[in-house]
Design a protein around this ligand. Structure first.
Ligand SMILES: Cc1cc2nc3c(=O)[nH]c(=O)nc-3n(C[C@H](O)[C@H](O)[C@H](O)COP(=O)(O)OP(=O)(O)OC[C@H]3O[C@@H](n4cnc5c(N)ncnc54)[C@H](O)[C@@H]3O)c2cc1C
Length: 396
């Protein structure tokens, strides 16, 4: 038996948030964890996962009660993503897109009709959403987007272009699609559209190859060719799409950072469990100083990561957050988490190399968290810009 509560957040939370963490942990371990490995191995997106998240009132978590949500505080959001991330990376990734990117962007930038139509179904799981920003030639450099939405009449546009790596793209009932309505204006010419996919001019296909991690998720290519949309399907103002995208991503990065804390914690727990029970040279692995050093390092960095995630959540709640706060949390949590997952594989020896043990999945899953919603290098550019700019410019 290991002293598991040492790496849980509970001791640092007030009683209300501790009870919340325990409730979400109980849900994640009883409902999601039992099929987390199976959906990864079968490479299967499971609708049951959506129903389970909806039934636990998690899909509407951070949305205001006015929008049918549970009105979570930013700290509750972070706690939920840590707990769900520790149990099932696919469920957390789904939640980050469905709620963090799609529903929250509709709540923030949508008009009344768009909110009325989509928020309920996204919260009860009867509709699935996707956020289609990335293109083969436009990843980190969003403003270089090639997809266009050309005006064909006063109130009509025709979208042509290629999106890829879109989580839920193959199964979504509603899509936020970013396209340039004025390519000369670069990022100021991007607009966001909130559209349904089943009409002429859109082909959806699975991404080629086998994904490293998040194998129980849907990742698709979307090929638009003369896909007709109307002006009332625009999300926010014309030319405001870059703001919608960056607003969604900046908000979403907190959940990615918290999810990385969950993976880190799961890797540390598995490494402690294994090294305290496995014996070599007549003693448990955990009695060797080199092993102890690694466990102590990952225990320390886990607490550092969580502290930065919770700091960002507190600043968000207080309205004092700037872009650097979430960049700091995401950079630290994903990179430290990746190192913890890597060492968990190493400390399991050959067992770490096999899907019969838990840690290789954690290592595979955490790689994506270093890439999506802004790679680690992009987080560093945000931080560097802030610390080298004149005093007071905090990139908020
Ligand atoms: C599992 C998964 C799910 C995803 N889901 C979605 C989704 O739902 N919707 C969506 O739109 N996209 C999604 N993506 C795409 C993801 O957001 C992009 O992959 C990411 O933004 C990086 O873009 P890229 O792959 O084109 O890499 P690039 O931008 O080409 O970067 C390649 C490398 O160059 C580095 N680099 C780039 N620019 C700089 C710079 N200025 N300074 C230093 N280094 C730099 C990067 O850090 C990276 O290491 C997903 C990706 C994955 C893996």
């Amino acid at each position: 038996m290991t002293n598991a509560e040492l790496w849980l957040p509970d001791d640092d939370l007030d009683s209300e948030h501790r009870e919340f963490a325990q409730r979400i942990r109980e849900f994640a371990t009883s409902k999601l964890a039992p099929y987390a490995r199976e959906i990864d191995e079968r490479q299967e997106f499971r609708r049951e996962m959506v129903h389970d998240l909806a039934a636990a009132n998690v899909l509407g978590g951070p949305l205001d009660a006015d929008h049918g949500g549970a009105g979570w505080t930013p700290l509750q959001l972070a706690i939920a993503h840590e707990e769900i991330g520790a149990a099932c990376g696919n469920a957390r990734g789904f939640l980050a897109v469905q709620t963090g990117l799609v529903a929250q962007c509709i709540a923030r930038f949508g008009n009344d009709a768009q909110r009325r139509r989509w928020l309920g179904p996204l919260i009860d799981g009867s509709a699935i959403g996707c956020f289609a920003l990335t293109e083969p030639e436009a990843g980190s450099d969003v403003a270089s987007m090639k997809t266009t939405a050309q005006a064909t009449a006063e109130d009509r546009f025709s979208i042509t272009g290629h999106k890829w790596w879109i989580t839920n793209g193959g199964i979504a009932d509603v899509m936020i699609v970013f396209a340039s309505t004025d390519p000369e204006a670069r990022h100021k010419g991007i607009s966001a559209f909130l559209v349904t996919p089943n009409r002429p001019g859109l082909e959806r296909a699975e991404m080629p190859g086998v994904d490293l991690g998040h194998r129980g998720s849907d990742h698709a290519e979307l090929k638009f060719d003369g896909f007709e949309v109307t002006a009332d399907e625009m999300l926010g103002e014309r030319g405001n799409g870059f703001r919608v995208a960056m607003g969604g991503l900046a908000a979403g990065r907190l959940s990615v950072a918290a999810g990385a804390v969950g993976l880190h914690r799961a890797a540390l727990a598995a490494a402690v469990e294994f090294t305290t029970t496995r014996e070599q040279f007549g003693q448990p692995l955990s009695s060797f100083q080199m092993v102890q050093e690694r466990l102590a390092d990952h225990f320390t960095s886990l607490h550092c990561s969580r502290a930065l995630v919770h700091r960002c959540a507190h600043r968000r709640a207080a309205g004092t957050e700037n872009h650097a706060d979430v960049a700091l949390a995401k950079l630290q949590a994903t990179e430290a988490g990746a190192r913890a997952c890597e060492d968990a594989v190493m400390l399991h020896g050959a067992r770490g190399y096999s899907s019969a043990w838990p840690v290789e999945r954690l290592w595979r899953d955490i790689q994506a968290l270093r890439i999506y919603e802004g790679t680690s290098m992009i987080q560093k550019t945000i931080l560097a810009r802030m610390i080298t700019s004149p005093a007071g410019q905090k990139g908020s």
